[in-house]
Ligand binder design. Sequence first.
Ligand SMILES: *Cc1c(COP(=O)(O)O)cnc(C)c1O
Length: 497
Amino acid sequence: MPVTTEMDRFQLGDMSAEEFRRYGHEIIDWIANYFEHIEDLPVLAQIEPGDLKAQLPSSPPEQGESMQTILADIDRLIVPALTHWSHPSFFAYFATSTSAPGIFGELLSAAFDVKSMLWRTSPASTELEEVALDWLRQMMGLDAGMSGFIYDTASVSSMHAIAAAREGVELRIREEGMSGRKDLPLLRVYASEQAHSSIDKGIITLGLGQRSLRKIPSDKEFRMDATALADAIDEDKRDGILPFCVVATVGTTSTSSIDPVPAIVEICQQHKLWLHVDAAYGGSAAVVPEMRHILKGCERADSLVLNPHKWLFTPFDLSVLYCKHLDLLRRAFSLVPEYLRTPEQEKVRSGSDYGVQLGRRFRALKLWMIIRYFGHEGLAARIREHCRLAQLFASWVEAADDWEIMAPTPFALVCFRAGPSNEGEAEDVSGKRLDALNEAIMHGVNATGKALLSHTKLNDKLTLRLSIGNIRTTEKHVRQVWNLLNEQLRLLSKPLA
Ligand SMILES: *Cc1c(COP(=O)(O)O)cnc(C)c1O
């Protein structure tokens, strides 16, 4: 089908400046409208798997199409296939959100399109990264010995932290690898059973093998049992295993529990083990001055990961690794082939020295713009409000007879479930019924499109999670989801009675 296009296909080069300006303005207007009316859209995409693919041509267009038709398809096809993470009633997983200064940062970064691999290929990116990350470090009250480096995700940040820890053990793994060697004992990393699966994946990626990760039990509030950690290390050492790293979590994925870092760091220092802190979610709360205590003990950690793309209003992706030994990270990953040698290389930082990537996006720009636009106070006020809303929701759950709290709420995540009394039933029967009831409540709420929740299992009990972290979420949205939950409970608990 012939399509009239504004681009003369015999003319080379990019879109004209005039056209770029016109559609650029149109797209900014479109985004402003999207945010203004996002509450009219269902949070969860109301489509079936394959629906979008079925509506798209299976082969690429032979000739260019007009921006007009492309943008019309965004409305017609793409938006209905979106789960709207920017919706203020998105309470699933860890609620996150982009922000206007962050979007502008992404836009400009796409225009500059620099590859931050050497200082000279992107002086702005290299130096802004150091400055923005040092500002963030100060806002969080982290130790001045911690230098920051940006990766895409926490999964990748933690993998690099474990690689640096391994490099510090002097086993010549960089040069000789781990395979075909009889001189290497089993290397061990410890994390709680509540730790994020990215730690397992990092271990797998580094060729350590899953048996190198020992999961330490947690207590009844889902925090690592430090005594069990000390015992596990002692036992491993007796068995000829070589411990080298402990991963503590500040804000675990299921419940946002906080591992006892002061006790853990004590054990690490005694055994000379690297302590990596996974604060991907919880770390942002340290920006709130009265919440800094959540990082107690972390001043003595070797590395810490924090995700501004989670709870610091930064569009995905941007994860920060703070590390006291960037030199080890460099020793593990730096390779400078002749074509990358520059006269200033001894005096400057080169991004490609600190990880597996050569070219890196200019992510620091959006973070720097966000910090400047909101200021430390503005960021803290928003996170403080999210924590207040979570406490408010938790107080409603506590006051209601037919709901119960399943874990403490140190941040802005509430773990709860419906628990109407089922007297006279055996524990396991009522347990299964309650799991089914709660799952049905969650799917019922999610199917309305008015809010989105997710779940986890705690002590084998299906538990609902309400995570507050979106920049647009207000008390109104939290009340609304509470009403939706109660409506579903009323509808669904009738047949149970
Ligand atoms: C979200 C999260 C991760 C993974 O984050 P990515 O950036 O998606 O890799 C890791 N650890 C914790 C504690 C998290 O909350």
